[in-house]
Design a protein. Structure first.
Length: 368
């Protein structure tokens, strides 16, 4: 049975408009299987939708994941509609099934979902223009602002302790003790770097536990390619890829954006001298993020924005180092030392952020 016939059976279970005429793989994602599906209509031009098979090996509870997405998108949609704006371009729109469900489960136990396709917009894979980074910042900041009154504790934690840096550090210690791949002797310098920053790992979780930082709805994957940029206006119009939306800290989202977008080198750069924080991009993102989210952030949240960039970068480096010590069991690698190279790049970026922390702090104060 061909893939198209199989997908035709899946699409028959959704409330799509028209008759299926074409299916093609879509996007650059590595977790879910994503397709653009095209439908012919009688009196209007063809229309396309996004159809995805959720990877339930990664996301163990697809029902809860979809419940989170449904709640969050519904909340944002009501905000947009109250402003008399086009919600179909400002937030993901779930296509319901013929049984009025937000997902479809096929006979083999696979979970499927569908969204309206946001036309005349693109998700850039990397920063081609500084303005793209600024627009992503405004979009993620608006995401925080729109959900600032949403009860975050009503969402499911789809990946427990995803950004709990303290527990990521504990996992590193376990990997060091176990040394299952016999690699500890090769990374003493990297281990020392992480151990010297143990106190940093508990800072944000402690502030949350003490009630000094508010629990918020967080995206948890705030890369540039998770924002749709309008082709005509160049503005960031919609945050996508909501699989990791769950309770967390706004600082996680800000910090990970800086880690992934404001560095001067690729994630696995071999020349560590080329690795640094681009303060211009940091300022651009800070400006955009605070323009939209600033009024709803607490003074303490703003104060810890620079630290959050360092912490999320440290956490990522710790995860790469842990995986390297464990024999590369989690992250996909393309060469034997790939995770170690990634770790070294993250740690080099952490060190540069530490050198520039005072400048980062002044930038945040400038836009607060």
């Amino acid at each position: 049975m061909t893939e198209k016939i199989e997908l035709k059976k899946v699409t028959d279970n959704f409330c799509f408009d028209g008759t299926l005429i074409h299916v093609e793989p879509y996007g650059h994602g590595h977790i879910n299987d994503t397709y653009a599906v095209y439908f012919k209509r009688l009196t209007t031009p063809p229309i396309r939708y996004i159809l995805q098979k959720i990877n339930h090996s990664v996301f163990k509870e697809p029902e809860r994941l979809m419940q989170n997405i449904d709640k969050v998108t519904g909340h944002i949609r009501r905000k947009i509609e109250a402003e008399k704006k086009d919600a179909t371009r400002g937030v993901l729109t779930i296509i319901r099934t013929v049984d009025d469900s937000i997902f479809y489960r096929d006979g083999e136990g696979n979970y499927w979902r569908a969204y309206h396709f946001i036309e005349n917009a693109i998700a850039y894979q990397q920063v081609e223009k500084p303005e793209h980074f600024y627009e992503a910042a405004r979009a993620f900041g608006l995401f925080q602002q729109q959900l600032s009154d949403f009860p975050a504790d009503t969402l499911h934690e789809t990946i427990p302790d995803f950004h709990n840096t303290e527990k990521r550090f504990e996992a590193l210690l376990s990997a060091i003790d176990l040394d299952s791949a016999g690699r500890v002797k090769f990374v003493e310098k990297e281990i020392e770097f992480a151990l010297n920053r143990k106190k940093d790992t508990a800072v944000l979780t402690t502030l949350l536990q003490e009630g000094k930082l508010p629990l918020r709805v967080t995206h948890n994957d705030t890369k540039l390619n998770n924002v749709m940029i309008d082709n005509k206006t160049g503005t960031g119009i919609c945050v996508i890829d909501l699989d990791t939306v769950m309770p967390g800290l706004a600082l996680y989202d800000f910090g990970d954006s800086i880690r992934s977008g404001a560095g001067t080198a690729p994630e696995d750069e071999l020349n560590l001298e080329a690795v640094s924080l681009n303060l211009g991009l940091f300022e651009l993102y800070t400006k955009g993020f605070l323009e939209t989210a600033g009024a709803d952030l607490t003074p303490l949240e703003k104060e810890y924005l620079p630290f959050s960039a360092k912490l999320m970068t440290l956490e990522c480096g710790i995860r790469f180092l842990t995986d390297y010590l464990s024999g590369d069991t989690y992250f996909k690698i393309h060469r034997k030392s790939h995770n170690l190279e990634r770790c070294r790049t993250q740690f080099a970026l952490v060190a540069d952020m530490e050198r520039k922390m005072d400048q980062m702090t002044e930038i945040v104060k400038k836009y607060s």
